[in-house]
Write a protein that binds this ligand. Structure first.
Ligand SMILES: C[S@@+](CC[C@H](N)C(=O)[O-])C[C@H]1O[C@@H](n2cnc3c(N)ncnc32)[C@H](O)[C@@H]1O
Length: 282
């Protein structure tokens, strides 16, 4: 899947890394909104005691933490991410919760893993593949580190129209701010099952299984929705933090207006999202 002309992958990754470092603690706090998606991914991975698991682009390692409970005794999980602040947050939380057994953290770019071939039984990649400037590279690395017959389990956002959780905020940003000089890859680019299946198959995976995972997020007010968006989208959070306060206020107001169509009976907002959960054999 190609990226637009002038796209600078190194700059893009640096921006995402800075953004996810910025939001690490808040990302972990907001993860309860996506608990059903995390559970679906872990189920799709078919984890069992004794397995060795790599959680790629792990963020604060919440999937890794829960996977560790499923692969012990005998197994272990390595959580890895490009944003070291995410890993520090994950390690801090695991220590506080006394859940460090069978769980380790290491910094890594998903497209260039310093890990041996055929060293894992499972690779997890929650909401991550679309972050990669070169998804075939990332998928090739995932397959390389899996033992033959091992499985990948990943989640991606569904089609844009099914994910107002992100699209509502993105639409306001697109309306109020000048277009970026260089287009960023869309987070919805694997949003239909055929595209995702093709990417996995072309990377050499077989037995591809894909299931939709719809979920709904509840927010007491529009500011909570906007904050949840900023706590989820590292690169956007980083870029928006550099804008003048008045522009940020205007965005907040536009989001509040657009969100009206998602009003719920309790006076808050109910905003839908759809993700795809895929698993496949190496
Ligand atoms: C939306 S978060 C997903 C976190 C977690 N997997 C989950 O399911 O909640 C995306 C994560 O990908 C990481 N990331 C972005 N680009 C990456 C890359 N090239 N290599 C490794 N991690 C990357 C970010 O730092 C961030 O923690």
């Amino acid at each position: 899947m190609s990226v637009s002309a002038g796209f600078d992958a190194r700059r893009f990754k640096a921006m995402e890394r800075a953004g996810f470092n910025r939001i690490a603690a808040r990302y972990a706090e907001g993860a309860h909104l996506r608990a059903d998606l995390a559970a679906a991914l872990l189920d799709a991975a078919e984890l069992a005691p004794g397995q060795h698991v790599l959680d790629l682009a792990s963020g604060p390692g919440l999937l890794a933490r829960d996977a560790a409970a499923r692969v012990t005794p005998g197994g272990w999980v390595l959580a890895s991410d490009i944003a070291e602040g995410m890993l520090a947050e994950g390690a801090r939380r695991a220590a506080v919760e006394d859940r460090t057994e069978a769980l380790a953290f290491t910094a890594a770019d998903a497209e260039h893993l310093c890990l041996p071939d055929a060293s894992f039984d499972r690779v997890l990649a929650g909401l991550a593949l679309f972050m990669s400037p070169h998804p075939p590279l990332a998928l090739a690395e995932m397959r390389r580190v899996l033992r033959p017959g091992g499985r990948i389990a990943l989640s991606v956002w569904g089609p844009r129209e099914a994910v107002p959780l992100l699209a509502c905020a993105q639409d306001c940003i697109a309306r109020l701010l000048p277009p970026p000089k260089v287009a960023r890859p869309s987070v919805f680019r694997f949003g239909d099952a055929a595209t995702l299946t093709a990417a996995l198959t072309e990377a050499g995976f077989s037995d591809v299984r894909i299931a939709p995972c719809p979920f709904r997020c509840h927010f007491p007010d529009a500011d909570s929705y906007w904050q949840a968006f900023l706590d989820l989208a590292g690169g956007a959070a980083e870029a928006l933090s550099r804008l003048p306060g008045a522009t940020q206020d205007a965005l907040r107001a536009a989001v509040a207006a657009d969100l009206e169509s998602h009003r719920s009976a309790d006076g808050g907002y109910a905003v839908d999202a759809l993700a795809l959960v895929a698993s496949a054999r190496a």
